[in-house]
Design a protein around this ligand. Structure first.
Ligand SMILES: C[S@@+](CC[C@H](N)C(=O)[O-])C[C@H]1O[C@@H](n2cnc3c(N)ncnc32)[C@H](O)[C@@H]1O
Ligand code: SF4
Length: 361
């Protein structure tokens, strides 16, 4: 395990004799990881202010990134030896990965076949949505923070709003249903758009999820007092909509889901459910107790949490000739040592050295 600073957990190690014999990715708090997030690249064609600086970052050199074959091998180990059921490809911007479709095809041919999803900023999706579905994508999340072109440019430092909206429509036309939309609200920038964004998504059949801004920006500029909280988001939505808690099982899902009705339906139109909205309150209502995630960075480092302070170097194992069983056991050992929570509220909280774009959001 590579120590990146303060250890997140003490007293647990890869060879902890207290770890029961179990093929799955279990931890000391009764959680079982079945959802693998894979970052395919740390590069991006946008520069969202809450994620990276205008000039971009020192991108990981290609030879340090996992090759397509290495990614597929690790995913196969996860699926066939460790009980991984869902794979989400992300980044950086995963659509910048040259071998994306090939990776998707190989992962979708694994048995048991995992559920495959992609988180993207939507640039280029209008041309590629069909090919991505054909290659195996089952579900798609597109990030969209505003419907106003000037604001889009201010937030992402690129003038590409129309591309993103076209990409979302193409994804829906390619049969992805629902296309999920991820939104981060920023105080004084787009926090007046909660209602218009939800209306837009309801009208177009997309499912919107608001994400609380987290301390994962490369510039380390996050301030708790500046973030828009889940309560604020719900308060803004309730000025226009009636929100009914979704009675469905939440399971390990990070979003609290609400069914949406018009606050003041027109006479005769009744109180029909218009759709659903989610709020991912990672900071103010952490869901660590139900976390079912394990993460792989583009350079082959295993992370147990977005906020982990240590990593396990699976790339070194791959390139050092380790067998599948040995890699699987290192993975189990790392997950056994997973911390109970992300600790954002702890006085000693330290933001991880890797930014979101490198970990894979
Ligand atoms: C890191 S991006 C990677 C995938 C792709 N580039 C995209 O933007 O969808 C994944 C998600 O993380 C979100 N994100 C990035 N930085 C964040 C932060 N500091 N706090 C909360 N969410 C963040 C983005 O809005 C996006 O929805
Ligand atoms: S949030 Fe996604 S689109 Fe925006 S800069 Fe980060 S990686 Fe790129």
């Amino acid at each position: 395990m590579t120590d990146l600073g303060l250890p997140a957990v003490r007293g647990a190690s890869v060879h902890d004799p207290a770890r029961p014999a179990d093929d799955r990715l279990i931890d000391r708090f009764g959680r079982v990881a079945t959802d693998l997030r894979v970052s395919l690249t740390d590069r991006c064609n946008l520069r969202c202010t809450y994620c990276m600086p205008a000039e971009g970052l020192d991108w990981t050199p290609t030879d340090e990134l996992l090759s397509d074959d290495e990614i597929v091998r690790l995913v196969r180990i996860g699926v066939q030896r460790l009980g991984i059921q869902e794979i989400r490809f992300t980044g950086g911007e995963p659509t910048l990965r040259v071998g994306l479709e090939s990776i998707l095809r190989q992962v979708s041919s694994l048995r048991p076949r995992p559920d495959i999803s992609l988180t993207t900023n939507g640039i280029g999706l209008s041309r590629r949505a069909g090919a991505l579905v054909a290659a195996g994508v089952d579900r798609l999340n597109v990030s969209l923070d505003t419907l106003i072109p000037e604001r889009f440019e201010r937030i992402t430092r690129r003038n590409r709003l129309a591309d993103v909206l076209d990409g979302m429509a193409a994804a829906r036309a390619a049969g992805l249903d629902p296309v999920k939309v991820n939104t981060v609200l920023l105080r004084g920038v787009n926090d007046d758009e909660a209602v218009p964004l939800l209306r837009y998504c309801l009208e177009h059949g997309y499912e919107l999820r608001f994400i609380e801004q987290m301390p994962l920006d490369a510039q380390h500029g996050w301030q708790r007092t500046e973030m828009i909280t889940a309560d604020e988001i719900l308060g803004r939505l309730r000025t226009a909509f009636d929100l009914v808690p979704d009675p469905g099982e939440r399971g390990g899902a990070p979003a609290e889901r609400w069914l949406v009705r018009e606050l003041d339906p027109r006479p005769g139109s009744g109180a029909a459910i218009l759709g659903a909205v989610g709020v991912i309150a990672s900071v103010t209502r952490p869901f660590c107790g139900d976390c079912d995630r394990t993460r792989l960075t583009g350079d082959g480092q295993l992370r147990t949490c977005l906020f982990a302070r240590s990593e396990t170097d699976l790339r070194a194992m791959l390139r050092g000739g380790a067998g599948d069983a040995e890699i699987a056991d290192a993975w189990r050992g790392a997950m056994w040592a997973k911390a109970a929570g992300h600790g954002i509220d702890d006085p000693g909280f330290l933001q991880p050295d890797r930014p979101m774009s490198s970990i894979g959001g």
